[in-house]
Write a protein that binds this ligand. Structure first.
Ligand SMILES: N[C@@H](CCC(=O)N[C@@H](CS)C(=O)NCC(=O)O)C(=O)O
Length: 221
């Protein structure tokens, strides 16, 4: 089973941190895989065949042989379980409690910080706008929460929150990069952490992947 072909479907602009975590999980394990486009952009839904295969129809999607799974957290767990740490490098921490904490952060980063995510979308990391409005009080509170969590976990220039680099670092660095590239004041240790993660070869490959020359048009345009 482990040697069946792997394909990761992402959205066409390569903007999604959740797709990046799935991509990095596969790369860090040293697996051979190909990528495909699941949808042209966020908001248009997965191509019908992928919606049919995954039931819920969001990207990223992992195809392993005839099995399809969506939701980046499910993809990460599937990859970690299938290409297990006895033979492949870990992408979640080895220690059970660190692993629980990492999963807590992975979930939190997906469902929280909504104002910061709205005002500093990842699209602006890769397609910087000419003008950015200052953060609203709600987005600034989100950033304060993010900084609090990252500092409590001693994020720094090593680019690894736990025993070794893992997918949680991808997610946390993406969240910090929203603020950093958006011109917000972020403590130097956290900026060093985000830069270290950004230069990790598996992350850099996703971040530097060719993109269409112009950002996606607003839906309905
Ligand atoms: N919780 C999902 C979020 C993924 C997500 O929001 N994906 C977007 C594309 S980046 C999507 O599929 N949106 C549905 C759509 O565009 O209709 C995950 O972690 O995989």
């Amino acid at each position: 089973m482990a040697d069946e072909p792997l394909t990761l479907y992402v959205e066409a602009f390569w903007l999604s941190p959740w797709a990046c975590s799935a991509f990095v999980a596969l790369r860090e394990k040293g697996l051979a895989f190909q990528t495909g486009i699941a949808m042209l952009r966020h908001g248009v839904g997965a191509k019908p065949a992928l919606r049919e295969k995954t039931l819920t129809g969001t990207a990223p999607v992992l195809q392993h042989g005839t099995f399809f799974v969506a939701e980046s957290l499910a993809i990460i767990d599937y990859v970690e379980d299938t290409f297990a740490p006895d033979a492949w490098r870990r992408v979640l921490p080895a220690d059970r409690r660190d692993r629980a904490r990492a999963r807590q952060l992975l979930a939190w980063l997906r469902i929280s910080l909504t104002a910061l995510r709205r005002e500093r979308p990842t699209e602006h990391i890769f397609y910087p706008p000419r003008v950015r409005a200052p953060l609203s009080p709600a987005a600034q509170r989100d950033l304060d929460d993010l900084v609090y969590v990252a500092e409590r976990l001693s994020a720094g220039a090593s680019g690894a929150l736990f025993d070794a680099f893992g997918v949680v670092d991808v997610d946390l660095a993406f969240a910090l990069q929203r603020a950093i590239t958006g011109g917000a004041d972020v403590p130097p240790a956290l900026a060093a952490y985000a830069a270290a993660v950004w230069s990790r070869p598996s992350v850099h490959e996703y971040v530097a992947h060719p993109r269409p020359p112009n950002p996606p048009l607003p839906l309905g345009a």
